[in-house]
Design a protein around this ligand. Structure first.
Ligand code: GSH
Length: 263
């Protein structure tokens, strides 16, 4: 369903994610903010909100209110959307975005656009995950300092091979859409959750690899000449980025270790 009306729940959608960092929760926040739809960011909004997150993913949990346990945050709780008006809990960033997309009018204008939007979102999230692996190439549970040697190698390949491959791809997507007369967004002529998702990944890359990105930016005229600022200035996104709801990048998926950047 591609709805024109923005659906709101009351009480609102509830994002369950770690507090204090943008992380993968940011992809969900940006969708809500771009749509102007209210949501509760439980762990950031209340002192003990984090316990809602930790209890949800507790290693002994078999699920709550008929929902299976989420593997990891982000998760989204939608009051009354489960069977018999129970809360529905879903997890996995792209699954949450594809659920919300039509409800927030961020999933294109027809079925083809909806599928392209999902495909591009998954690709942007692949890039997000590869950026994470530059500082954790061996073990998620170990500190960066324990895998620094491998990180240096991983980051070099990421900068030299993967960044240009992904950015070149998205530049071609924009070019293709521009040839249809609609070059501002990845798909069609209006903002989608693929745009906000890619934007957040680009923003993270600019933070984590400033020298590499500065050296490459001019190769991608549509991506950095039109798209990036277009999404940043979009209604709802602009106000959000200026608010204290937007947390700065720090020690999440995107981290700035100067030694992993271009030397
Ligand atoms: N593919 C999942 C990845 C979820 C994920 O890795 N979440 C992180 C926080 S951003 C986490 O807490 N992971 C714990 C773990 O993987 O053990 C998604 O996109 O939602």
């Amino acid at each position: 369903m591609v709805a024109n009306k923005k659906a709101r729940t009351n009480p609102p959608y509830e994002l369950l994610y770690w507090p204090g960092i943008p992380g993968r929760g940011e992809f969900i926040r940006l969708a809500f903010e771009a749509a102007g739809v209210s949501y509760k960011d439980t762990a950031n909004e209340s002192e003990d909100g984090i316990t809602e997150v930790t209890s949800l993913i507790d290693a002994s949990s078999t699920g709550t209110s008929g929902n299976p346990p989420p593997f990891a945050p982000p998760a989204l709780r939608i009051p009354g959307a489960g069977p018999n008006d129970t809360p529905l809990i879903i997890y996995q960033t792209p699954s949450i975005l594809s659920y919300l997309g039509p409800k927030l009018s961020l999933a294109g204008s027809n079925e083809a656009e909806a599928q392209w939007i999902l495909s591009h979102t998954l690709t942007a999230l692949d890039l997000n995950n590869e950026a994470h692996d530059t500082h954790h190439p061996i073990a998620v549970s170990k500190y960066y300092e324990e895998q620094k040697e491998e990180s240096l190698k991983k980051a070099q390949d990421f900068r030299e091979a993967r960044i240009p491959k992904f950015l070149g791809f998205f530049e071609r997507v924009l070019k293709g859409n521009e040839e249809k007369g609609q070059g501002k967004y990845l798909v069609g002529d209006k903002l989608s959750y693929a745009d906000t998702t890619l934007w957040n990944v680009l923003s993270g890359l600019l933070f984590a690899f400033p020298k590499e990105m500065e050296a490459r930016k001019s190769d991608y005229k549509l991506l950095f000449g039109i798209f990036y600022d277009g999404v940043k200035e979009a209604s709802g996104v602009k106000e959000y980025l200026a608010s204290d709801r937007r947390k700065p990048f720090s020690m999440g998926v995107f981290r700035h270790y100067p030694e992993l950047d271009r030397q």
